[in-house]
Structure formats: structure tokens, C-alpha cells
Design a protein around this ligand. Structure first.
Ligand code: PLP
Length: 294
């Protein structure tokens, strides 16, 4: 990964009236130590994050990402982020992006153990080359997420639906997918419904309708999926949030994994069963997703 920039933020209260945040920012060398060893993000994965695409210097969908950061903060009892401060920080870091595709991460940790001050920082790096997965698609295997659809509502302390820094389970699922000869995983609930991929939202085409699993199932509400739904809606195409049985993933006319950096990767096989790739629509979606979006 080629780093481009990193910025430490001294987070202010969400109702702080100031408009100039310059004195709360400090650029640092991403190859040098920057966090205290007691930081709870490192000790316990206790924090939240966002990953957004920066394309030819333009940070994509800043509003929806900040909205989700605030949502995750609420679910995790973290102080509400000051959206103006984060917007200002994002603009400063994006100025270091240059041409091409980059990935920006916004990170908010509970802070150092025993000190009630969150730690916040932003990193910017060149994005991995996703040409192949956008073109040839990804083979996925379905993996049990180990909870039923109603668990997020029954057990909010599990923080399902928050984009927390505890991604070790998500990464383990991708390793398991690789062990099974696939590229990626799709989590399914223990009662047999499609949830999400470890780093992406699932989109299905069922006839002329486009469907994604309900975010209330304890999954992330994907900013890329929201953007694709509004693009399809403007073209008069029907879109819907639904409860999706696992079998529907296999039967769907086409399916994609959607995320901010990989964008639209068509699903080429589910559990070893090949799926047709809708090449024209995939190219159209990726052309849209690569265009500047706010
Ligand atoms: N679901 C999970 C678990 C993710 O990690 C991500 C993105 O990283 C997504 C869905 C897709 O979200 P977005 O489109 O906002 O990148």
C-alpha cells in the first residue's frame, strides 16, 4: 500500500460553534508511530471507521459516510462526531490524493484507556487495483454469521450494524472463503437469510427489480448501495429492501458485491454454482460509481 497522507484530529464537541478547525489538525508521517500503546482501538478494537473512495482528488459520498460514522458512534456510545470538523479534515487530506483511485479511512477510537477523550485520525493511500474483480467478477461462498435475523433488535450490545474497528471476524471469513477456493464470502443468518459480505453489500437482480437485504438485519447500510439505488431509481427501475432467503442468491438473475473502493463486483459463482454476469450493466454501474458523487 502506498500511503499518501495521514492527519490526526483533536475531536471537538458536536455542537462546537467554530468554523475554522485548523488548530485541531496535525499531519503526521504514516510510516512513523502515532498512537499511544494504550489506545483502545489497538487494545480492544474499540472504535469505528469509514472507508471512502477518493477519485481524481474527489472524496466520494462524504455526506452519507459521515452520516454512517455518526450512526455507528451512536450505536457504540461514542461521542457524536462534529460533522463540520470531519468535512474540513476530509477536504484537507483529499488535497494530497492526486489522480487515480485512492482510499481514505476515517477512524474514531474510544481513546486511551482511562482517559475519556476519543482519538481520531484519517489516512489516505492508493487503492488496490480492482479491475479484475469489476470485470471478471468474484466467486463467493455463503458462510453462517452465527445469529438469527432478529438478534440485532434483541441484543443491541452486539453493535451489529455499526462499522466497528473489530473486523477480525470479517477478515477470518475471507480467509475461510479462500480456503474453500473462492474469492470472497457472503454472510447468511443462522435462520437462512442473506446478510452482507465481510466488506460489501449484496445486490440482486430479480427479473427487472433490484433487491438488497434490509439493513435492520444488523448489517451496514452501504453508501454504494444507496447511491446505486438512487441511480437506478432515476432511470425508473424498481428497487427494494427485502428479507432475502439464501436460495434467492443462487437463483437471482444477477448479483453484485457493492462497496466504496471495489465498487460493483459481479458475483460469478455462489458455492460453486456459476452465475451469469451482466457485463453491460456492471460496466454502466462502475462508470457511474467512478464519476464524482456527493
Ligand atoms: N458491509 C460491510 C461489512 C462493509 O465493510 C462494507 C464496506 O466496507 C459495506 C457493507 C459496504 O459499504 P459501503 O458501500 O459504504 O462501502
Amino acid at each position: 500500500m502506498a500511503w499518501r497522507s495521514a492527519l490526526l484530529i483533536d475531536p471537538v464537541a458536536s455542537d462546537d460553534p467554530r468554523e475554522d478547525f485548523a488548530e485541531t489538525f496535525r499531519f503526521f508521517d504514516p510510516d512513523e508511530p502515532a498512537l499511544r500503546v494504550g489506545d483502545l482501538s489497538a487494545q480492544r478494537g474499540d472504535g469505528i471507521f469509514e472507508s471512502l473512495g477518493v477519485i481524481d482528488g474527489h472524496p466520494q459520498e462524504v455526506g452519507p459516510h459521515l452520516e454512517r460514522l455518526a450512526h455507528s458512534a451512536g450505536l457504540c456510545d461514542l461521542p457524536a462526531p462534529h460533522l463540520g470538523q470531519w468535512r474540513s479534515a476530509i477536504a484537507r487530506v483529499a488535497a494530497h490524493a492526486g489522480a487515480g483511485e485512492n482510499v481514505m479511512k476515517l477512524l474514531l477510537s474510544r481513546g486511551v484507556e482511562g482517559q475519556p477523550i476519543p482519538t481520531a485520525w484519517i489516512t489516505l493511500a492508493s487503492a488496490p487495483d480492482n479491475t479484475r474483480s469489476r470485470r471478471d467478477g468474484v466467486d463467493v461462498v455463503t458462510l453462517d454469521r452465527g445469529h438469527a435475523l432478529d438478534v440485532p433488535a434483541r441484543a443491541p450490545w452486539l453493535q451489529l450494524g455499526a462499522k466497528t474497528l473489530s473486523y477480525a471476524v470479517n477478515m477470518a471469513a475471507i480467509r475461510e472463503a479462500h480456503r474453500r477456493g473462492a474469492d470472497d464470502a457472503v454472510f447468511v443468518s443462522s435462520d437462512g437469510f442473506v446478510l452482507e459480505a465481510p466488506t460489501a453489500t449484496v445486490l440482486l437482480r430479480l427479473g427487472d427489480r433490484f433487491v438488497t437485504p434490509e439493513p435492520s438485519a444488523g448489517i451496514l447500510h452501504g453508501t454504494t448501495q444507496i447511491s446505486v439505488f438512487s441511480y437506478l431509481g432515476r432511470r425508473g427501475v424498481e428497487t427494494a429492501y427485502e428479507t432475502v432467503p439464501t436460495a434467492t442468491l443462487v437463483d437471482a438473475d444477477a448479483a453484485w458485491l457493492l462497496s466504496s473502493v471495489r465498487l460493483a463486483a459481479p458475483i460469478a459463482a455462489v458455492d460453486g454454482v456459476a452465475k451469469a454476469i451482466d457485463r453491460a450493466l456492471t460496466d454502466e454501474l462502475n462508470a457511474y460509481l467512478l464519476s464524482p458523487r456527493d
